[in-house]
Design a protein around this ligand. Structure first.
Ligand code: F3S
Length: 390
């Protein structure tokens, strides 16, 4: 792999130990994937923030890097943490967990990273343009950036994204290259998805069927950005997809002549929904996976105005969006119905199981996947309306 003289200096430790260690990661990755060079990135999004997912070893790694003077060179945001930094007591997050979480966030802050903890940075100002090279690691953000924005990123791991932030570059392979941005799996839709659970189930079904291949949808006539966010997140979690196209909707459309083809209709969606949850009464309803936009919070508030929820509700979002929702009065309406808007965190990376929850509801395809596997929850997969008291 060819390096510029500055990159070579980083690799040889002339620009400090943190840069050397980070360049070593990027160099090794580039060699594994056959990259010819490194390319500058305009932004980075780092996963591996909740101490539930990174544990003590992750905290030690971050503290070590911080003690070596690591500083990021480009705009860098974090993925959700294990708690809302301001409301963790109100959420009943255990104190020991909170202390460790604060230590993780302090380590990241010392590197000059923006303390916005969100899996949807494109909703709060970090919105790369078509063709822009970035290094993001949250899988739902990666598929959104590649597919809906036309930006270019591989599915980075937490350490490789952090290394890209410290060095300002990433290996040039995979999704950064035109030749890999071609669909080799196509889906003909027999019916239009409408609700959040429709989009989540469609993403889950196609994710499993495509096994992570770049996928092109025919017949998706209209979809809002929020619906595409939910579809992509489900594809990425049930099938590890990093890129999809929707004819007439996404900024890119390239389909291989030899692409595999399937049809998906209402029967497949209904059957998939049945696999994604059980018809139980939940302890907690969780929305905002990926993090909710202001419009979504507004719609939730409109649905809940003057109503009562059958159990607790969290609407997960970025702090900046929560502040706007507070100002617009949406948070107060949701609280009156028995819910709360929580920032910096989400249902999957907070310690739900330690907090006594056993049955959690969601309308998100991605959350439905991980609430069961990572949070030991019985999953109830349904729309919010199903949990409003009659
Ligand atoms: Fe985001 Fe958490 Fe879902 S990180 S995509 S809200 S699992």
């Amino acid at each position: 792999m060819e390096l510029t003289s500055k990159e070579q200096k980083m690799l040889e430790g002339e620009l400090g130990e943190a840069a050397r260690q980070s360049m070593e990661i990027l160099f090794a990755l580039g060699k594994i994937y056959g990259a010819q060079n490194l390319i500058p990135v305009s932004s980075v999004q780092v996963a591996g923030v909740s101490c539930k997912t990174i544990g003590e070893a992750g905290l030690d790694y971050l503290r070590d890097l911080s003690s070596k003077g690591a500083k990021v060179k480009v705009k860098t945001f974090l993925n959700p943490a294990g708690m809302d930094r301001e409301q963790w007591q109100k959420m009943r997050v255990p104190e020991g967990f909170a202390k460790k979480q604060i230590a993780v966030l302090d380590a990241y802050a010392s590197m000059g990273i923006d303390m916005t903890c969100t899996c949807a940075p494109y909703l709060v100002g970090l919105r790369p343009k078509k063709g822009e090279h970035i290094a993001w690691s949250e899988s739902s953000a990666v598929v959104f950036a590649n597919s809906v924005l036309g930006a270019r990123t591989n599915r980075e791991g937490g350490p490789s994204a952090l290394a890209a932030a410290i060095c300002g570059v990433t290996p040039n392979y995979g999704m950064h290259l035109d030749k890999n941005r071609v669909a080799d799996f196509t889906v003909k839709l027999g019916s239009e998805p409408k609700s959040a659970t429709d989009f989540g189930a469609l993403g889950a079904f196609v994710g499993e069927a495509s096994k992570g291949k770049n996928t092109a949808f025919f017949g998706l006539k209209k979809a809002t950005e929020d619906q595409l966010k939910g579809l992509g997140a489900a594809l990425a979690s049930w099938g590890s997809n990093a890129l999809f196209f929707a004819k007439g909707i996404t900024p890119e459309w390239r389909v291989s002549d030899s692409a595999e083809e399937i049809s998906v209709g209402q029967n497949e969606i209904t059957e998939m929904k049945g696999k994604m949850g059980v018809p139980e009464k939940p302890d907690l309803i969780t929305l905002g996976c990926p993090h909710a936009s202001l419009q979504e919070i507004g719609s939730i508030a409109a649905l809940l105005r003057g109503k009562k929820l059958a159990c607790e509700l969290w609407v997960c979002t970025a702090r900046q969006t929560k502040e706007k929702a507070d100002k617009a009065g949406y948070s107060a309406t949701i609280e009156k119905a028995g819910g709360k808007v929580v920032a910096d965190t989400c249902m999957v990376v907070c310690p739900l199981e330690e907090m006594g929850y056993r049955k959690t509801a969601t309308h998100s395809g991605k959350a439905a996947k991980y609430l069961g596997s990572l949070c030991k929850q019985q999953v109830v997969f349904d729309e919010l309306g199903a949990f409003i008291c009659k």
